[in-house]
Design a protein around this ligand. Structure first.
Ligand code: ADP
Ligand code: NA
Length: 328
């Protein structure tokens, strides 16, 4: 086992999709066994940077808890908690916000992408969201943060803020390091130039971890490929079929070369059936476990309540140290 503390968060916005599972959650599960201290947060404070229906949000938080448990997050190994229940996150975000310049935030991808959405005029919360992310990480003196490539710049802000705080007030925070996921981005099944994303309005473009075997088979059968029937892996020139190879390799826990060699002699149609089988095989137990857990609201609430108080026990002394350094 390695030393250090891992922190990561996921927004409670709907059921995770295959990209979330392969790009983040699968790794979360294995990190539980590699690091002595691991925290995973359902980051509901982040989710309200976009409009949310309150009843739906409350239900999504428990659904996300069910999804994480079903994917293999083990509350005995990881502190699984709800961000908003540990108010130290918001307080540290305020303090760090006072150390962050406006131009530093203006260039971050979160703001550049989402402030362009029609329904969102770009709230102050959306603008300072990466500061809250930095607070999430630093509040636990985390040393390692699993991130996708799209989040690297946000982690750099957390690193900068650790340094800026330490320079001004004395050493409190270790500089957190990125644990980059080795899995290639999973692409949209309808537009393989874009990543699979839950904000995609086309339901045929994403596979939710709760999709039925029939839905999975249908979505993969309809996946956009090209007119070459042979299966090869070339993400630049053949992004559609290469995405299927990526998914196949990851779901079958094998390499890309092995996946391509299994496709030898198959046309795209036959290969799609093979990929669908691999996805169905891995997602079926997860889907069944989510369905079982989803209705156990009291159990899910109890798991989170325990995680919330464990997180707070870790957060309180760090925030105490911060307050003292700042002069409160
Ligand atoms: P979404 O883009 O669907 O809203 P999030 O931004 O909430 O997903 O991402 C949650 C986690 O899942 C992040 O760690 C992110 O890097 C990862 N992730 C999201 N989409 C993909 C994808 N298509 N392929 C691989 N990883 C992904
Ligand atoms: Na996102």
């Amino acid at each position: 086992p390695k030393g250090g503390r891992v922190f990561s968060g996921i927004q409670p916005t709907g059921v995770p999709h295959l990209g979330n599972y392969l790009g983040a959650l699968e790794n979360w599960v294995s990190l539980q066994h590699q690091y002595p201290s691991v925290l995973y947060s359902i980051v509901d404070l982040h989710s309200i940077t976009q409009p949310q229906d309150p009843a739906q949000l409350r239900s999504n938080i428990l659904d996300m808890a069910a999804s994480l448990l079903a994917c293999g997050v083990d509350p005995e190994r990881a502190v699984l908690f709800q961000q908003s229940k540990v108010s130290e996150h918001a307080e540290l975000a305020w303090i760090l916000g006072c150390l962050t310049s406006m131009p530093r935030l203006r260039h971050l991808p979160q703001w550049k992408m989402k402030s362009k959405l029609k329904s969102n005029e770009g709230s102050v919360g959306l603008f300072t969201y990466p500061v809250l992310q930095a607070a999430d990480i630093l509040l636990y003196k985390s040393t390692h943060v699993p991130v996708g490539e799209d989040q690297v710049q946000h982690l750099e802000l957390a690193q900068d803020l650790a340094r800026i705080f330490n320079n001004r007030y004395g050493d409190v925070f270790p500089e957190p390091r990125a644990l980059l996921s080795s899995t290639r981005k999973v692409k949209s099944l309808r537009d393989p130039s874009a990543k699979m994303s839950k904000s995609d309005p086309q339901s045929m473009a994403t596979i939710a971890v709760t999709d039925s075997p029939d839905d999975i088979a249908l979505k993969i059968r309809r996946a956009v490929t090209d007119f070459t029937s042979e299966v090869t892996f070339d993400p630049e020139t053949r992004p559609g079929v290469s995405n299927l190879v990526t998914i196949h390799a990851a779901m079958a826990r094998t390499g890309v070369e092995e996946a391509v060699s299994q496709a030898r002699g198959l046309d795209t149609g036959a290969y799609k059936r093979l990929v669908a089988e691999a996805v169905i095989h891995r997602l079926t137990p997860i889907r069944e476990e989510i369905q079982r857990l989803r209705v156990e609201r009291a159990h899910l609430e109890a798991v989170l309540a325990r995680g919330n108080s464990r997180a707070q026990e870790l957060a309180a002394p760090v925030l105490g140290e911060v307050r003292q350094r700042v002069g409160f």
